[in-house]
Design a protein around this ligand. Structure first.
Ligand code: PNS
Length: 185
């Protein structure tokens, strides 16, 4: 038997009543933050998994002033827009400052992180607990990508491309082209 949705009943004068379904009132939104320097098939796999769990997934590119990215913020956003941006209920954004502040501003209740191997765990655990202590209302959810992507990272893809290797099975076409453009200069 299906469960009836909760309803809020409004009482009007003269005996008129109407019911408002409460379901529409809370959109489940998650933030998937990262450097995305550049986006890989592993990231896209995590995005596909996350979007099945949430009404909207905001893929948020960190300004990351401390890191020296290969691609500029604009290039990283463009590559994401061309790939993840075409997926339904996925939005691309940028953020600077604290992740939990961005999550709060976006009305998001969750942060998604991909967990590939035990080696990821220590940093991810530290970050999740630190974010929780900064804002306990934001929950971190770890998603595992397909096994074939567990050894994949933006760093390793950049190294292969820099050394002239073929990265076409690890990244979308537009990213492979952007990488060869960078390293053929
Ligand atoms: O793809 P990355 O480089 O692993 O992503 C790391 C990122 C951008 C998610 C992380 O550095 C971050 O959240 N930066 C924002 C600043 C912040 O909130 N720092 C405190 C987190 S413990």
């Amino acid at each position: 038997m299906t469960k009836a949705s909760p309803r809020q009943t409004s009482h009007l004068p003269f005996g008129f009543h109407f019911a408002i379904p409460l379901r529409f009132s809370r959109m489940r939104r998650a933030i998937y933050p990262g450097s995305f320097d550049p986006v890989t098939n592993g990231h896209l796999d995590v995005i596909e998994r996350a979007r099945k769990l949430f009404d909207e997934v905001v893929v948020a590119v960190a300004h990351n002033d401390e890191k020296q990215p290969l691609f500029s913020l604009e290039q990283r956003l463009d590559l994401l827009q061309e790939t993840a941006g075409r997926i339904e209920n996925v939005r691309i954004a940028e953020f600077s400052g604290l992740l939990v502040e961005f999550a709060r501003a976006q009305n998001a209740g969750a942060v998604i992180r991909g967990l590939r191997a035990v080696s990821d765990f220590e940093f991810e655990f530290q970050m999740a607990l630190m974010n929780r202590s900064l804002n306990a209302a934001v929950e971190t959810i770890f998603l595992m990508p397909k096994e074939e992507y567990t050894y994949l990272s933006s760093r390793i893809v950049k190294e292969i491309a820099r050394l002239g290797g073929n990265v076409s099975t690890f990244v979308p076409d537009c990213v492979a082209k952007a990488l060869s453009g960078k390293f053929s200069q």
